[in-house]
Design a binder for this molecule. Structure first.
Ligand code: HBI
Ligand code: FE
Length: 287
């Protein structure tokens, strides 16, 4: 039986969740029948609030796949979503007790199995939660796994993560995950849209990421991403903008071994770095 993993990011407190029933690969049973009516109602409130602000803010691929999550009035059964997902992109959902060590996480992604936390936040965490709960993982991450190009990127990311481990470069790959899968923006003919799960599952950060004048929005630049640290408990100071998921997949396809050495030699860029050159995007007009 695995022990609870070391924590996620810079936080020192132990991760939430019951790891006692987890298997050696950190998977566990969803135990959907143990979800209470209050939890289903809280999930439904979170879903209703977020889905209302998706049009015009979430990328079209995300909005198009949202109905694959199933009923909006209760926590979905992971197995039912997996049945719809497998034929589309070969992915499936695997239930986990909460945050799991990098190796287990990357190994799941490389095998096209997305780990979804089984617990839901408490009512008092309605507006903000640091660790990923079932709402963040399902609403934020699952819809884009129905998009073939993004699904291939996620699998390649998992395989890259397993390679990065051997190169002691996990912290760089965690930044790539953070600034794309969690907090990525995409440019469209009608303005910027969010595709990052951390944005799309957050009531406040969806609007902030697209319209606030505070953060900078830079054209996706792999080296800049890998040199930019992140904070796990505040809105982002920097967002990176891609033109397409294909661009993301192509940029991260090559072997990173030499790049990791260059990045280590160049050193990290302080969070609020503003450098000359590079493409800077204006925010969307606040609607
Ligand atoms: N575990 N359950 C879970 N969910 C995550 O998103 C997650 C994780 N472990 C590690 C991790 N993310 C980060 O290190 C990623 O950047 C890899
Ligand atoms: Fe996430």
């Amino acid at each position: 039986m695995p022990v609870a993993p070391v924590t996620y990011g810079a936080s020192e407190r132990p991760p939430r969740g019951d790891y006692s029933a987890a298997r050696d690969d950190y998977s566990c049973d969803q135990r959907w029948e143990a979800c209470t009516p209050a939890e289903h109602a809280l999930y439904a409130r979170l879903y209703a609030r977020q889905v209302a602000q998706m049009p015009g803010q979430a990328c079209a691929e995300f909005v198009h796949a949202l109905d694959q999550l199933g009923a909006a009035d209760r926590i979905p059964r992971f197995a039912e979503i997996s049945e719809r997902l497998r034929p589309k992109t070969g992915w499936e959902i695997v239930a986990v007790p909460g945050l799991i060590p990098e190796h287990a996480f990357f190994a799941f992604l490389a095998a096209r199995r997305f780990p979804i936390t089984v617990w839901l936040r408490r009512p008092e965490e309605f507006d903000y939660i640091v660790e990923p709960d079932v709402f963040h993982d399902l609403f934020g991450h699952v819809p884009l796994l129905f998009n073939p190009v993004f699904a291939d990127y996620m699998q390649a990311f998992g395989a890259g993560g397993l390679k990065a481990e051997g190169l002691h470069a996990l912290k760089y790959l965690a930044r790539l995950y953070w600034y794309t899968v969690e907090f990525g923006l995409i440019d469209t003919p009608t303005g910027l849209r969010a595709y990052g799960a951390g944005i799309l599952s957050s009531a406040g950060e969806t609007r902030y990421s697209l319209t606030s004048l505070k953060p900078q929005r830079l054209g996706f630049d792999l080296q800049r991403v890998l040199r930019t640290p992140y904070k796990i408990d505040d809105y982002q100071d920097t967002y990176f903008v891609i033109d397409s998921f294909a661009q993301l997949f192509d940029a991260t396809a090559p072997d990173f071994t030499a790049l990791y050495a260059q990045i280590a030699a160049a050193g990290d860029l302080p969070l609020n770095t503003r450098l000359p050159g590079g493409r800077v995007y204006a925010p969307n007009a606040a609607s």
